[in-house]
Design a protein around this ligand. Structure first.
Ligand code: HEM
Length: 184
């Protein structure tokens, strides 16, 4: 990973800009029910077959976007985040447009694409190249910390499972740190 380019403009640094590679790992013991040599599935094969569930897929998904609630969850996240930005004396003046709606939409589409949802961001905006796209703005440690403060509050409104919350926050925290392009 190249922490200098969260937009993933160069090969090998897609972690921050293009989505988690391969999604979350399957949980231990999540093999298909009939692959039960080690009898590690939640139910023994005999009981699954007896219940007519022999080919039921295990209840997990490796798509983070779906796992956390899809579109509604990401809309809630960016709505809460931009509520914070709207009242922030450091961040609000940085946004060139009077209406924060279009900027909110761009962040929504980017995050949805990054986490495995629709690829609308790329269709509309091309390659993220986020660090490059932030160059016109002076992003110092103070702006970063305000950004993270509002994003932390927004993540807290979601009520995610601890692993999902930690995964999402880890990314946002690292991405924000890598976006800094100026001293205060
Ligand atoms: C570290 C503090 C940050 C500040 C102060 C900041 C500020 C800004 C500003 C002023 C814009 C222009 C608004 C617009 O789109 O018209 C922008 C755009 C954007 N920001 Fe940030 N940002 C920060 C971090 C991040 C992070 C961590 C991400 C991603 C995880 C992100 C994602 C985006 C996206 C997707 C856009 C729109 C890019 C486009 O033009 O397509 N930003 N940001």
């Amino acid at each position: 990973m190249n922490a200098q380019d969260p937009g993933g403009a160069r090969s090998g640094d897609a972690r921050l800009g293009e989505g988690p590679q391969g999604g979350l790992p399957a949980p231990a013991g999540a093999q298909l029910p009939l692959q039960a040599a080690g009898a590690r599935s939640a139910l023994p094969v005999e009981r699954l077959v007896a219940a007519g569930q022999g080919f039921t897929q295990p209840q997990y998904t490796d798509n983070f976007y779906e796992a956390v609630g899809g579109h509604a969850t990401f809309v809630k996240l960016v709505d809460a985040f931009y509520d914070g930005v709207a009242g922030d004396d450091v961040l609000r003046p940085m946004y060139p447009e009077e209406d924060l709606g279009p900027a909110k939409e761009r962040l929504l589409l980017f995050l949805e694409q990054y986490w495995g949802g629709p690829k609308t961001y790329g269709e509309q905006r091309g390659h993220p190249r986020l660090r490059m796209r932030h160059m016109p703005f002076r992003v110092g440690p103070q702006a970063r910390d305000h950004w993270l403060q509002h994003m932390r509050a927004a993540v807290d409104t979601l009520g995610l499972a601890p692993l999902h919350e930690a995964t999402l926050w880890d990314y946002l925290d690292r991405a924000a740190h890598s976006m800094v392009n100026a001293a205060d």
